[in-house]
Design a protein around this ligand. Structure first.
Ligand code: C2E
Ligand code: MG
Ligand code: MG
Ligand code: MG
Length: 283
């Protein structure tokens, strides 16, 4: 991972300098430019309610960032977010995503969009950045959205415990009326112990647990998380649902909010209409 990062920084961006040995701009510098000139893109993946058998009604969409790189093509988050985390550029990216995602939802035609939410991913260091609250407030206000239409998914690569003021900040966001979600639940630092301390509205069960469904241990884990979440009044979303068997196992466990390729891939203009969901993938 570190090697890949270093390689990426040194090799990418050799862009026709005067001599072959002249290094081009670093990926870091290119990323700064990308933000300024507007080379970042958002894809949106539907979040659906499957409580009615055979039906999937869209309740919102998650904004996922991509970098439309002039030479390298469309880059996935894995190709540049680790570097952005390291350099701190992640916060500028996250703040841009919040504004762009809210603009997208506001521009999505009614009546579909009025009841929908848009979810954005927020890194730990963005969560504690002093600009976050005013960006959220501004994005909601400028686009005429109800605060609960914005969900902030906290994606953590380091321990949130290392960041001072996290609990307070989550409280402030919720006081604005925005909703807070704990992403990739069950992995890394986002564990059961955290739920007791963090004021959140939603948790997203990580894809690694969904992939193993309907295996018995995974069913038990999903049921356990749902029981605890119900106790705490927290909503649960299962992410990475690819197979109908996985969906069936989730339905049986009464997990009604799901996201995954079976229900819809991330797209520039996703379909937000209610769809049928059968035994073969849709879309
Ligand atoms: P995430 O927030 O957990 O998002 C889900 C990821 O799983 C997305 O990958 C999505 O395309 C992918 N996915 C969704 N359904 C399925 C499925 O059924 N099967 C499989 N195999 N994959 C599925 P993506 O777009 O590559 O994003 C990866 C991660 O990058 C995100 O994971 C999130 O942690 C991070 N990320 C994306 N956009 C942003 C952003 O704007 N800011 C920050 N801080 N992080 C972001
Ligand atoms: Mg997410
Ligand atoms: Mg996730
Ligand atoms: Mg993830």
């Amino acid at each position: 991972m570190d090697d890949a990062k270093r390689r990426g920084r040194n090799q990418v961006g050799v862009s026709g300098g005067s001599t072959p040995s002249t290094p081009g701009p670093s990926l870091e510098a290119e990323l700064r430019t990308a933000l300024e000139v507007g080379h970042l893109r958002l894809h949106f993946q539907p979040v659906v309610d499957v409580s009615v058998p055979g039906m999937a009604s869209v309740v919102g969409a998650e904004a996922l960032v991509r970098w439309d790189h002039p030479r390298l093509g469309l880059l996935s988050p894995a190709a540049f977010l680790p570097l952005a985390e390291e350099t701190g550029q992640i916060t500028d990216i996250d703040l841009w995503v919040i504004e762009a995602a809210c603009r997208w939802l506001a521009a999505t035609p009614e009546p579909e969009s009025g009841a929908l939410h848009v979810a954005v991913n927020v890194a730990g260091r963005t969560l504690v950045d002093p600009r976050l609250l005013s960006t959220v407030r501004g994005a909601l206000h400028n686009n005429g959205l109800a605060p609960r239409q914005l969900v902030l998914e906290i994606v953590e690569t380091r321990s949130l415990a290392d960041l001072p003021g996290v609990v307070e900040r989550l409280g402030e966001l919720r006081q604005l009326g925005a909703r807070v979600s704990l992403d990739d639940f069950g992995t890394g630092y986002s564990t059961l112990a955290w739920l007791k301390h963090l004021p959140v509205d939603q948790i997203k069960i990580d894809r690694s647990f969904i992939t193993a469904l309907p295996e018995r241990e995974s069913v038990a884990l999903v049921r356990g998380v749902l029981a605890l979440a119900a106790e705490l009044g927290v909503e649960v979303v299962a992410e990475g649902v690819e197979l109908f068997e996985q969906l069936e196992a989730l339905r049986e466990a009464e997990c009604h909010l799901v996201q995954g390729y079976l229900l819809g891939r991330p797209e520039v203009e996703p379909s937000l209409a209610t769809r049928m969901v059968g035994t073969s993938p849709v879309g």
